[in-house]
Structures are given as C-alpha cells and as structure tokens.
Design a protein around this ligand. Structure first.
Ligand SMILES: Nc1ncnc2c1ncn2[C@@H]1O[C@H](COP(=O)(O)OP(=O)(O)OP(=O)(O)O)[C@@H](O)[C@H]1O
Ligand SMILES: [Mg+2]
Length: 237
C-alpha cells in the first residue's frame, strides 16, 4: 500500500501580480522518487520553495506526515525533516567543505552527526579528500555533492532537489543520480526538479509535468516516457 508522505492540495502562489502556481495538487508516497519537469519559468522552483516554507502561500494545503504544515516556518519544516538542495546549490564558498556539511546538521543535537558525515564521505569520497578546502574552490559537480551532503545532514525524510544536473558533466550527473537512487533504497523519499526530462523520467518512479504553474500531466515515469504529449514537448521526439 502506498503511504503518502507529502500531500499538496489546491496550492496556489503568486509573486505580487505574477501567478506562479495555480491549484497544484500532488502526492508523494514514502520511499518514492518523484520528478517534476517543466520549461523555464513553469514554477518548479516556486513549488519546491513553497514546500520548504521559503515561500509563504495563502491558498491551499501542504500536509507532511499527516500534519498540516501550511502555516509553519521553514525552520519548523527542517526539523520535521524536509531538506532542500536549492537551485544553484547555495554553499558558503569561504567555509570549508566540512564546515558546509556540518551546517546541515544545525537542528540536531544527537550523537550520530559524525556517523552521518562518514556516510556522506563514503558516498562521495572526493569530499573527504577535499574536506578542508574552501567549498568555493571545488568543481561544479563537487559543489553539487556538498549541497546534497549538506541536505543529508538533516537526515531528511523528504529530500527536495532543484535541478541537480544543472551545468554538470554527464558522468557526474550519473554519479549524483546513482546516489539519489541509493538514498531512495535506504528509505529517503525524493522529489526532484529537472529540466532534463529524459534523465528525470529515467531516474524516477512517478512524475508530474508543470506548465504555467499548473500540473498538466502526471503518472508513472515509465508511462510518461511513452506519452506522445511528453515526447513532443519535452523529449524532443
Ligand atoms: N522572486 C520572484 N519575484 C517575482 N517573480 C518571480 C520570482 N521568482 C520567480 N518568479 C516568476 O515566477 C514564475 C515561476 O518561476 P520559477 O523560478 O518557479 O520557475 P522554474 O520552473 O523554476 O524555472 P527555471 O527552469 O528557469 O528554474 C516565472 O514567471 C518567474 O519569472
Ligand atoms: Mg527553477
């Protein structure tokens, strides 16, 4: 049986006059990778930021783990174990790699932080090699690994990723997506925004397509790969 972890009901969001999200409803079940595809300006980042509480919406509901978190602050949602890897990564360039990672654990006071750091170094060995270097000196791919690692230091139940493949070489993208799948297999639920629709659909269980702030298509990713509308608009076929 599917167990919903995140349920979004009739969510709308506007930046002053610009309507960025209109009546969005979607569900993400525990243990799934769900992808969100859509063109530039479709509202993908806005949706992730509204889920993590960085955008404050007026209309609609966000239910996480059966709790209505619509009215809560972003900090509360981090403590509830929603982690976001932002578009553009958002690292602190003149802090070291390890300092950036440790910042991810700011809400925690348990004694497993060192263990989680080891886990991340294990997944991304290059980060251990570079742990004392300024994050800003790393390559784009390595910085994306730091951004993912920092979010993992929250020990998220739900990991939100905004365009993790942006600007990266194919081999690095592969490495990042293979870690995303491993995380899913370890029980983390993942919602990933991708402009690269083929990659998104190949790597996810289900997907939603956003156009002008509205969900226009949704389904199993494997089915969407065969969907004529998706092929024409997003897969260049
Ligand atoms: N801070 C802002 N102020 C005003 N309008 C904004 C702001 N951020 C985004 N928008 C507008 O909201 C709409 C949705 O933008 P959003 O960044 O969510 O799209 P996106 O799907 O993430 O696009 P991209 O693929 O370029 O990252 C666009 O029309 C955009 O111009
Ligand atoms: Mg975006």
């Amino acid at each position: 049986m599917d167990k919903p972890l995140l349920e979004i009901e009739d969510l709308s969001f506007s930046y002053k006059q610009i309507i960025a999200l209109e009546s969005v409803s979607l569900t993400i079940n525990q243990g799934e990778i769900v992808s969100l595809i859509g063109a530039n300006g479709a509202g993908k980042t806005t949706l992730l930021r509204t889920i993590s509480g960085l955008n404050v919406h007026k209309k609609g509901k966000i239910i996480f783990n059966k709790e209505d978190i619509s009215q809560t602050e972003s900090d509360y949602r981090v403590r509830a174990k929603i982690a976001q890897v932002p578009e553009g990564r958002g690292l602190f360039p003149i802090l070291s790699v390890e300092q950036n990672l440790r910042l991810g654990a700011y809400t925690r006071n348990d004694n497993e932080i060192e263990k989680d750091l080891e886990f991340i170094y294990n997944k991304f060995p290059i980060l251990q090699e570079k742990k004392d270097e300024y994050a800003g000196t790393l390559s784009g791919g390595q910085q994306q690994m730091v951004a993912v690692g920092r979010a993992l230091m929250i020990r998220p139940k739900l990991l939100l990723l905004d365009e993790p493949s942006m600007g990266l070489a194919p081999i690095i993208v592969e490495e990042i997506f293979s870690v995303i799948k491993e995380l899913r297999d370890l029980g983390t639920t993942i919602f990933v925004v991708e402009q690269n629709a083929f990659l998104a659909l190949k790597s996810s269980d289900r997907a939603y397509v956003l156009e002008n702030g509205k969900v226009v298509i949704s389904g199993k990713s494997a089915d969407l790969l065969d969907d004529e509308r998706v092929k024409e608009a997003y897969l260049g076929a």
